[in-house]
Design a protein around this ligand. Structure first.
Ligand SMILES: Nc1ncnc2c1ncn2[C@@H]1O[C@H](COP(=O)(O)OP(=O)(O)OP(=O)(O)O)[C@@H](O)[C@H]1O
Length: 304
């Protein structure tokens, strides 16, 4: 069943089309990622789904309800990531959770939630003393206190180190296995690829691709990527016509060509025919980075 349906959702801020006509269906019991560069509209769209902000146009249905009109019915069923400022630094972790638990008529047992998040040994630590990863786990714990079926997280792991990030991924996978639906924003390709069941790639307020990560890679990025540097003028449009090539773009000072089969040898031959001298080359398996490159002609880091 669908947890979320968006039809023609738009959100304008003056002349800025932050969300520019989004149609989207998110099924239950999965981890769904909104992936896109800074400023692409992820947070604005997430705010429409949570009933925090009203769309300029279009319709949003969450668990069959309207997130603004039916907010009082939806709030007990949705878990939202609180802002950093809502945590009082001098409270202990258990005190912070108990405080928020007291707002709910049927809150879960705080120690049970602490255990689920691997925070039992931090229960008496002050929030201000926690590491970035532990703090994010407290935010997940706070969102779980009323046992919601749908969870929203905005850039949950962007400021934590890789180990803590992997621990958080395990927690989110576990929450999805319990039958919860998780919608998150990220600008990490790695996170999208490793964690999400399905992804919508957002660019300039529009969804430019949607699907399972492996399907998106197969569909848009082919099998491999060829990275190279070349002296001389390269006719990139001509490379796009080479048999097996799916995209041509740039990553820093490298030219990146993705494709399938024996495309690399043919690209090298084409470059040679163009008179370009290849000074450096390597081959890699295609990643999500290549999906974005294939769809937009640029890397997600460009312009950030
Ligand atoms: N309240 C607002 N008033 C005016 N413009 C806004 C407002 N909120 C967002 N925007 C603009 O809308 C666009 C999308 O912003 P949004 O924060 O949704 O992007 P994002 O993909 O979440 O970016 P980031 O990854 O940096 O958080 C940006 O151009 C932003 O400047």
């Amino acid at each position: 069943m669908s947890a979320i349906i968006c039809r023609g959702v738009r959100r304008n801020f003056g002349d800025v089309h932050a969300v520019d006509g989004v149609d989207l269906t998110i099924d239950e019991h999965q981890i769904f990622g909104l992936l896109g560069p800074n400023g692409s509209g992820k947070t604005t769209l997430l705010n429409q789904l949570q009933g925090i902000d009203r769309p300029t146009a279009g319709e949003v249905s969450v668990l069959g309800l309207d997130p603004i009109r039916d907010w009082s019915l939806l709030a007990p069923r949705m878990g939202t990531q609180l802002q950093e400022a809502t945590l009082i630094p001098r409270l202990t972790v258990r005190e912070a959770l108990s405080t928020f638990a007291s707002f709910y008529p049927h809150a879960r047992d705080v120690d049970e939630v602490l255990g689920e998040l691997g925070l039992t040994d931090k229960a008496t630590s002050r929030v201000e003393k926690l590491s970035g990863g532990q703090r994010q786990r407290v935010f997940i714990a706070l969102a779980l206190l009323h046992d919601p079926e749908l969870l929203f997280f905005d850039e949950l792991t962007s400021a934590v180190d890789p180990r803590a990030r992997h621990a958080i991924w395990d927690i989110l996978r576990n929450l999805a296995r319990q039958g919860r639906t998780i919608v998150l924003t990220t600008h990490s390709m790695e996170e999208a690829q490793a964690l999400c069941d399905r992804i919508a790639i957002i660019d300039a307020g529009r969804i430019i691709a949607e699907g399972a990560p492996s399907d998106l890679i197969a569909e848009h990025a082919g099998g491999s990527r060829l990275l190279l540097r070349a002296d001389g003028v390269v006719d990139e449009d001509a490379l796009l016509d080479v048999d097996g090539v799916s995209s041509v773009g740039h990553d820093g000072d490298h030219l990146v060509v993705t494709g399938t089969g024996q495309f690399a040898a043919r690209v090298m031959a084409d470059l040679s025919a163009q008179g370009a001298v290849v000074t450096d080359m390597s081959m890699q398996e295609a990643t999500f980075e290549d999906v974005f490159l294939a769809l937009t002609g640029r890397t997600m880091r460009e312009g950030e």
